[in-house]
Design a binder for this molecule. Structure first.
Ligand code: GTP
Ligand code: MG
Length: 430
């Protein structure tokens, strides 16, 4: 089966040449889809959603036929001849947004719903699509507007000193706003994690059990494991989910000084991966852990967070454990082979990204949203300082900036290039 969807002011005129007569609004009707000479291209169900009560807010006609490449090609050729054109990726959603049927967060949630990699992620995207995230943003905007009205009214009558009562009121109001924003940021971070996941790179000396750990976490034999040091040379990637948290695990070549040119290339790639990780699992074998991690990957001030994993405790008889050193470095003692302590590692990974498996309530969020929320937070902080110093004009300006950053999330104020960027990543027909 195939669905062809027409949207726009000419949808009715075009469709009326193809299906005769056009069905009553929102009622499915069986129709022939006619060629220019009255021949039948295909037959099936036709639906008509008049503007503005359609997905895009425009007249929409939907043709549901048998499909098949030849029939679709003929149907499209007929529609193009009548003046229709192929939609751009995401154009239906973009039109829905431009016509005020959905806001930008909801439009993004459509793409996230389609792309979601787990049930949890799809549930979160659905919540965003239903407007839960947008409502939270809008509530903050409403509070901000109320506060701005108070403060800007005070500015207009600046000869009269503000009563201390209203000053205290404004301070309380601003404090509450800041708290609510931080709550929302925390939830948005979770939503973003759920959507994007984290990149965890397994690194360490040869033969310590890196590939064995990858296989264990992925629950399948994706990497070759052998007792010959230098087994893995290429970078291997696997996607797993920990209670819905997507994790991109990367297994790398064991790091050592090598004369083998291919192994050296593998090690170069390993170092590059390590620098791109959200977290590094640096593995060594129990009793042999004095290898210096930094000397292998090179000095870099911007190295991602490291968890030390000490494998093969079955050989030393040590108990599985998760220990935090005085420097804050976490060491996890485990045995991949005996499947001891893997659960400690998994818990640790979830914990260090601050992921709480959602009982409910999570919505999907993107980096773009997090950045805008961070800007809002910064502006509210500056506003608090301005309020303390009775710098009312500065206060008013920071509150304006905070509101603007929030409005960018739902798309009330957005640059055209941002819209282009967002919608072009959609698939065609959505
Ligand atoms: N005793 C014991 N052996 C292990 C354990 N984990 C892995 N091994 C063994 O250690 C050897 C090396 O394992 P790999 O997973 O290939 O090690 P690697 O770190 O990927 O090695 P390279 O790819 O060469 O860098 C294999 O013989 C594994 O069976 C463990 O927990 N205990
Ligand atoms: Mg390996």
């Amino acid at each position: 089966m195939a669905i062809v969807r027409l949207s726009g002011p000419a949808a009715v005129a075009i469709a009326s040449q193809l299906v005769k007569p056009l069905p009553a609004p929102r009622q499915a009707a069986y129709r022939h889809f006619l060629d220019a000479d009255g021949g039948i291209i295909d037959d099936g169900i036709c639906l008509f959603f008049p503007a503005p009560a359609s997905f895009t807010g425009e007249d929409v006609v939907e043709l549901q036929g048998h499909g098949g490449p030849i029939i679709i090609e003929a149907l499209l050729a007929r529609l193009f001849a009548l003046g229709a054109r192929q939609a751009h990726p995401g154009e239906f959603s973009q039109r829905a947004f431009l016509n005020g049927r959905i806001d930008l967060v909801q439009a993004e949630a459509i793409a996230d719903l389609i792309d979601s990699s787990s049930r949890e992620a799809s549930r979160a995207a659905r919540r965003s699509l239903q407007g839960e995230f947008s409502q939270r943003i809008n509530r903050l905007v409403d509070h901000l507007i109320r506060l701005r009205v108070e403060i800007e009214a005070g500015l207009d009558f600046s000869d009269e000193p503000l009563e201390s009562q209203s000053l205290a009121g404004n301070a309380r109001h601003l404090q509450q706003l800041t708290l609510d924003l931080e709550c929302l940021r925390q939830e948005a971070r979770q939503g973003c994690l759920l959507r994007e996941g984290i990149q965890v790179v397994i690194a360490g000396a040869p033969n310590v059990g890196k590939s064995s750990l990858l296989n264990r976490l992925a629950k399948r034999d994706c990497a070759i494991v052998s007792d010959i040091p230098g087994t893995t040379r290429d970078v291997l990637r696997e996607e797993i989910h920990l209670d819905g948290l997507p994790m991109h695990i990367v297994d790398t070549a064991g790091m050592r000084i090598s004369n083998d040119p291919i192994e050296r290339l593998g090690i170069e790639r390993a170092v590059a991966e390590v620098k791109n990780a959200d977290r590094i699992l640096y593995i060594s074998a129990d009793g042999d852990e004095d290898d210096d991690f930094l000397s292998v990957v090179g000095e870099s001030r911007e190295l991602p967070a490291v968890t030390r994993v000490i494998n093969k405790i079955d050989l030393t008889g040590r108990a599985a454990a998760c220990k935090e050193g005085p420097d804050g470095e976490v060491r996890i003692y485990l045995s991949v082979q005996e499947e001891e302590g893997i659960d400690l590692l998994v818990e640790h990974l979830k914990q260090c990204v601050g992921f709480q498996p959602a009982g409910g309530g999570l919505f999907s969020a993107r980096r773009r949203h997090l950045e805008a929320l961070a800007r809002t937070s910064k502006a509210l902080l500056a506003a608090t300082t301005a309020l303390d110093q009775s710098a009312e004009e500065l206060l008013a300006e920071e509150l304006r900036l905070a509101q603007q950053a929030l409005a960018e999330i739902t798309g009330e104020v957005t640059a055209d290039d941002l819209l282009g960027e967002i919608f072009s990543s959609f698939c065609i027909g959505k």
